[in-house]
Design a protein around this ligand. Structure first.
Ligand code: PRP
Ligand code: URA
Length: 209
């Protein structure tokens, strides 16, 4: 298992945009999408390829084509903000959904929805679980527990902002999962929010509260 922090100037710049408290809902969503797209480029670097024979206007030739069933699984709600950015980069990807919310008092995740494409269980499937925030790690661990029970094998967890504690909890619970994030922030505060973070990602994406 590995933790990859995607150090890229444009990702850092766009992260600053979403951290600013005055950023509007529209700009927040647009920047989340764009960061997810930039991350997808890096995450897909080692996706399996196969040889295919094609014909160009000039001659026959053997070239490379994607040889993987890519499945994107956003954790609702906030994970939805990352889906379009990744689909722009990987348009053949299928999309499943996990509905989880974090109880505000106990911080424990509760499942309320699940729907997955069958391709998730294919031998060549690569499952990208996406959620902008990895805070206590409870939601990510619960989501990956659910996916493994339903037959997913090759799973990667993709988030924008992680806490050191969330990374540790996820690594301990699922040592086989690779984690990709745009930043690992300083800490969690006493009510489970990432510091400096960006606040409540779902609310900021969808304009609630
Ligand atoms: C947020 C976020 C993660 C979770 C992270 O969702 O999108 O799913 O919290 O926290 P954790 O690592 O401590 O579990 P939230 O429960 O607020 O639901 P929402 O996306 O519907 O707003
Ligand atoms: N969920 C969020 O949306 N933000 C945090 O900082 C922690 C959990």
């Amino acid at each position: 298992m590995s933790v990859t922090v995607l150090n890229h100037s444009m990702i850092k710049h766009k992260l600053t945009n979403i951290r600013r408290k005055e950023t509007t809902t529209k700009d927040f969503y647009q920047n989340v999408q764009e960061i997810a797209g930039l991350m997808a480029f890096e995450i897909s670097r080692d996706f399996p390829l196969k040889d295919v024979e094609i014909e160009t206007p000039i001659c026959k030739t053997v070239q490379k084509e994607l040889d993987a069933e890519i499945v994107i699984i956003p954790i609702l709600r906030a994970g939805l903000g990352m889906v379009d950015g990744i689909r722009n980069m990987i348009p053949t990807a299928k999309v499943g959904f996990i509905g989880l919310y974090r109880d505000e008092k106990t911080l424990q995740p509760h499942e309320y929805y699940a729907k997955f494409p069958d391709t998730m269980k294919a031998d060549n499937a690569v499952v990208l679980v996406v959620d902008p925030m990895l805070a206590t790690g409870g939601s990510a661990v619960a989501a990956i527990d659910m996916l493994k029970k339903r037959g997913a094998k090759n799973i990667r967890f993709v988030c924008l902002v992680a806490s050191p504690q969330g990374v540790e909890v996820l690594q301990k619970a699922h040592p086989d999962i690779d984690i990709y994030c745009a930043t690992v922030d300083e800490k969690l505060n006493e009510v489970g929010y990432i510091v400096p973070g960006l606040g409540d990602c779902g609310d900021r994406l969808f304009g609630t509260k």
